[in-house]
Design a protein around this ligand. Structure first.
Ligand code: FAD
Length: 391
């Protein structure tokens, strides 16, 4: 008897997509290949993401995938956001992370934690024309993010924020910042509070932009809060709930970083396959040598395994089931797979692989960040081990 017979629920393969999901995936794939690919090298070299492409993200609804239609969004699922990040990252992981931070971290946090007034004020803009950043890290607090030094002084109707944030993705383009500061330092991490900050708020400034190894077109900047006045109505959740909000959103964001990494690895494999078919040595295409075939086969297997982890974590999240450990595994493993795939893709290309005439050296540079942001690989391993030892 088939396993599912007699039950209301027939399990589907993890990679099976609904009709809507398929259509969405095809649309994003086509867009990435036709509209973004021609500009990837120029954006990497300039270290700037084209504004017109960000405009197209908004036009296609890619910046408000989960935002309900009543606020101008697409009313889609978290899984769709994951699909979008994956497809964009096949072509350019910088494109992937812009859409990732907007959807799976910022919009996502507002959907769960914002008041109706905050939603009405920000969601329509986030869906249509305002880029968002998520500002947790500081120079002195990375892995130990909740040891932050940024302070929020409660002045009744408003808070005054002082401090600096570092490494903030999308900050050069963002109009909106979901920013964490400690409003009750004496309470430790229980004082951490989430603030909704508009770029024009007095005392707020976007500082230096980092000049990075990879993911160069995605902006990463410092934020300076110098007596920044934030109205009390811009506190999201309760004072002191920031820790919970940050942890929750990071758990979800990690799944999408996994998607960014499987997209990147797919891109590397695609380039390697094309090259293996066309490059001739010893009188035949190098793809005819088993040594090369085995590398391609290993890459494909790693990508498939990573994709199953990412899709499962995303489906668990959409089903409202626990997914924290699965998200950590997905991010940890996908970033390993991406780094290895990009490295192997260069080797398949031989010498030209490390030149800028071929796209794989960029993917190799882009892969490195996967093991660092939204929790380093060690932090993911700690999360997984904690569950093993304290089930
Ligand atoms: C390109 C880029 C974009 C980013 N975007 C954002 C963003 O949008 N918003 C944001 O808030 N932050 C962002 N970050 C910050 C990022 O999340 C941090 O860099 C990351 O969490 C690591 O912190 P750190 O750099 O201070 O390294 P550290 O925490 O100093 O870690 C250094 C090393 O020590 C290891 N380590 C630390 N603690 C432990 C431990 N307990 N056990 C074992 N090993 C440990 C780490 O694994 C790592 O190998 C971004 C960073 C980069 C580089």
């Amino acid at each position: 008897m088939p396993a599912a017979e007699g039950t209301a629920f027939a399990p589907q393969p993890l990679t099976a997509l609904s009709e809507d999901e398929q259509l969405f995936q095809t649309t994003v794939r086509k867009f990435a290949r036709e509209e973004i690919r021609p500009h990837v090298r120029e954006m990497d070299e300039a270290g700037v993401f084209r504004k017109d492409i960000i405009g197209q993200f908004f036009g296609m609804g890619l910046m408000g995938i989960e935002i309900p239609e009543e606020y101008g969004g697409q009313g889609g699922s978290f899984f769709q956001a994951v699909l979008a990040v994956e497809e964009l990252s096949v072509v350019d992981p910088s494109a992937g992370v812009i859409v990732d931070v907007q959807n799976t971290i910022c919009n996502n946090a507002l959907l769960r934690w914002a008041t109706p007034a905050q939603k009405a004020r920000y969601l329509p803009r986030l869906a249509t024309n305002m880029v968002a950043s998520y500002a947790l890290s500081e120079a002195g607090s990375g892995s130990d993010a909740f040891a932050m030094a940024t302070r929020a002084l409660d002045c009744g109707d408003y808070f005054v924020l002082d401090g600096r944030k570092l490494w903030i993705t999308n900050a050069a383009e963002a109009g909106f910042f979901l920013l964490f500061a400690n409003a009750r330092p004496e309470a430790g991490h229980r004082g951490i509070t989430a603030f909704l900050i508009e770029r024009e708020f007095p005392g707020f400034q976007v500082g230096k932009k980092e000049d990075k190894l990879g993911l160069r077109a995605s902006s990463t900047c410092e934020l300076i809060l110098d007596g920044c006045r934030v109205p009390r109505e811009n506190v999201m959740g309760e004072v002191g709930q920031g820790y919970k909000i940050a942890m929750e959103t990071l758990n979800e964001g990690r799944i999408a970083i996994g998607a960014q990494m499987i997209g990147l690895a797919r891109g590397a494999l695609e380039h390697a396959v094309v090259y293996a078919r066309q490059r001739k040595q010893f009188g035949k295409a190098i793809g005819e040598f088993q040594g090369v075939q085995f590398e391609l086969a290993r890459m494909a297997t790693g990508i498939e395994a990573a994709r199953l982890l990412v899709y499962n974590a995303a489906r668990l999240r959409d089903a409202g089931r626990p997914f924290q450990t699965e998200a950590a595994m997905a991010k940890y493993y996908s970033s390993e797979v991406a780094e290895k795939a990009a490295s192997k893709a260069i080797e398949v290309h031989g010498g030209v692989g490390i030149t800028k005439d071929y796209p794989v050296e960029k993917l190799y540079r882009d892969a490195k960040i996967g093991r660092i942001y939204e929790g380093t690989s060690n932090i993911q391993l700690l999360t997984i081990a904690k569950k093993l030892l304290n089930p």
